[in-house]
Design a protein around this ligand. Structure first.
Ligand code: E4P
Length: 227
């Protein structure tokens, strides 16, 4: 399962890329607006930071297929590299998706809340479908269940589209998506930290260090090899 960062904050992207195995970056208009800076410069800087090999998913804002297609082509040409046009699902979005696929532009169909939205997006050619886990959980639905059925449908029908699960608030949700066969998750920088934290891990490291220091003092592994 791929881990993707759901932010447009350059410092956070830089830090996460340094410390975690990150496959790319996703943004949406809300995420972009939080940075209070020029959009073209920001996405160009993200691409420069992550390099051409990593996925960069950038959302279109048009509401008709013609505008969505124009935006996707412009964004693809502007940022280059492994680019995905993130398109909210709608009839216009699906029309745009089918046209973009003919043009060889990759698409992530986003704002997915049901299994059939995912299915029809896949049939339109979406490379990824992005169901929103926590937003489903928040209305007493079950985001993990939706993803597990999407994965099952894609397997049964031999569909190549992949599931990029989004909208997470805790590690348990991420873990259950991994078990359900989700292909990728996009998570906040804060969740990358939470994902790797456990108080017992901290306690284990403290006790390893204390035992080592009781014999070798402040010397580390490198120091004890110095003659
Ligand atoms: C993903 O790309 C979505 O836009 C995003 O994860 C939504 O997350 P939220 O529900 O926390 O806003």
């Amino acid at each position: 399962m791929l881990y993707i960062i759901d932010t447009a904050n350059l410092d956070d992207i830089k830090r996460c890329m340094e410390y975690f195995p990150v496959a790319g970056v996703t943004t949406n208009p809300t995420i972009i607006s939080k940075e209070h800076t020029g959009f073209p410069d920001l996405i160009k800087a993200i691409r420069a930071l992550i390099g051409d090999e990593k996925m960069l998913h950038i959302q279109t804002t048009g509401t008709d297929a013609q505008t969505i297609v124009k935006e996707a082509v412009l964004l693809r040409d502007f940022v280059g590299g492994d680019f995905y046009a993130k398109i909210p699902i709608s009839p216009e979005g699906l029309k745009a998706t089918m046209q973009l696929k003919k043009m060889g532009i990759k698409v992530t169909e986003t704002a997915i809340f049901t299994q059939q939205q995912a299915m029809i997006a896949a049939q339109a050619g979406a490379d990824f479908v992005a169901p929103y886990i926590n937003r489903l959980d928040s209305i007493v639905s079950d985001g993990v269940h939706v993803v597990s059925e999407i994965v099952k449908m894609f397997n049964v029908h031999n569909i190549k589209s992949r599931v990029l699960a989004a909208s997470f608030k805790n590690v348990e949700q991420i873990h259950k998506i991994a078990l359900a066969g989700g292909h990728a998750v996009t998570i906040s920088p804060e969740l990358f930290n939470t994902l790797t934290y456990h108080p017992l891990t901290d306690r284990a490291i403290e006790s390893f260090n204390a035992d080592w220091q009781s014999v070798y003092g402040d010397k580390g592994v490198l120091d004890v090899f110095e003659r």
